[in-house]
Design a protein around this ligand. Structure first.
Ligand SMILES: [Zn+2]
Length: 387
């Protein structure tokens, strides 16, 4: 940190917040939320708005990459915002770097250039399961349970219900799902992860590939589909979500956990934000997720603010007044670091859970039938890819 800023911080806060972990400081220091939000608005005003041609002319294009327009609204203009970088895994010393733009029309954040969908497997072909064990596994399973509790009672009892975990990895969630009685299925693009998952599971089964490649899954009829930290990895979200909608049984729900593009930590740390990981492609807010769900035929969505796993599990060392301040900052800014959402496929799903959860309607039910057709763009031609 530059000395002037350190001095300013010292004058403002003294050493009072030195023991608060980095991931919580921006939420608990007085005035910081408003400051970061102002900083964010300034950053957006300052970023140039370029045509896609102007933008693409400035950047090299890798073999497995392509330039995109905004997939949520079709806008082709680009606001260059961030350039995350990182070190390669396993001490290879190879670093990665990519560019993140903001759509000047709808605010969607996405990597541009992005990864060609047919080359997506390249990112997961080998060694991807390696780090999915140990403390990581325990923390993940705690996170799954906390998220399911946040939408209780929808996922409490799996008896007689079919569940698909899309991007199931080594089966850590499917293991919990079978314990809750679900009839569990998983798919993943990493072959060694699928092997490990099937070794772990008793009744549930994991498969390699896309849902349409596996007959047991292509048959559909799922009461629950889960996307645990998967949404940000999808290069063709409209196609995928239209398929999820088809795979849902009447009354079915889709559970999503992903990094939050409105995170106060993104506003504070920019390119160094933890949500910009090597294989992330697109970054959603509650608003842009609503667009995705509406365009792919979903009926409603509920959100549960994310306060951080240690706060929710009661293991944080933050004193109670600071915990309260953190919760207030998350709620006032919709700024939790992760976003949790439960999408409802049809009227039956909304009707079943609507008295227990606050469900935002995705379609204007008072519109005339032909106007409703305009709102539902399922199967429209534009994927946003610049071919
Ligand atoms: Zn857009």
């Amino acid at each position: 940190m530059v000395p002037a800023r350190r001095l300013l911080r010292g004058l403002l806060y003294g050493s009072r917040y030195d023991r608060v972990p980095w991931g919580q400081r921006v939420y608990v220091r007085p005035g910081e939320r408003l400051l970061r939000e102002a900083q964010w608005r300034w950053r957006i005003r300052r970023a140039p708005v370029l045509s896609l041609a102007e933008y693409a002319a400035e950047l090299p294009l890798g073999e497995i990459e392509e330039f995109l327009s905004c997939m949520m609204c079709g806008e082709s203009r680009q606001q260059p915002m961030f350039e995350p970088t990182g070190a390669g895994k396993g001490g290879t010393g190879r670093t990665w770097r990519y560019h993140v733009v903001r759509c000047p029309s709808c605010g969607f954040l996405y990597r541009n250039p992005n990864i060609r969908p047919e080359r997506l497997g390249d990112l997961y072909s080998s060694g991807y399961s390696g780090f999915l064990t140990g403390t990581y596994a325990a923390n993940r399973q705690r996170r799954y349970n906390l998220t399911m509790e946040a939408f209780s009672p929808v996922l409490d009892d799996g008896e007689g219900r079919r569940l698909l975990d899309f991007g199931c990895g080594v089966g850590l969630f499917l293991e919990l799902a079978e314990q809750r009685g679900f009839d569990g299925y998983g798919v993943d693009l990493s072959p060694d992860s699928v092997t490990q998952a099937n070794a772990r599971l008793k009744r549930a089964r994991a498969y390699f590939g896309a849902p349409q490649d596996v007959p047991q899954i292509a048959a559909g009829g799922f009461d629950v589909i889960t996307l645990w930290s998967v949404l940000a990895h999808l290069p063709r979200p409209l196609e995928d979500f239209a398929r999820f909608r088809e795979l849902l049984a009447p009354g079915g729900v889709l559970l999503i956990l992903t990094v939050n593009a409105r995170s106060l930590l993104l506003k504070a740390y920019g390119s160094a934000w933890s949500g910009f990981t090597k294989n992330h492609l697109m970054f959603y807010s509650a608003e842009t997720l609503r667009t995705l769900l509406r365009r792919t035929g979903f009926e409603g969505v509920a959100y549960a603010p994310h306060y951080g796993d240690t706060v929710e599990a009661g293991t944080t060392r933050l004193p109670e007044p600071l915990r309260r301040r953190l919760r207030q900052a998350v709620e006032a800014s919709d700024g939790g670091n992760m976003m949790r959402a439960l999408a409802f496929g049809d009227e039956a799903a909304v009707a079943r859970w609507g008295d227990r959860l606050t469900i935002h309607r995705l379609r204007d039910r008072t519109a005339a039938p032909d106007e409703r057709a305009d709102l539902d763009l399922t199967g429209s031609s534009g994927t946003g890819a610049l071919t």
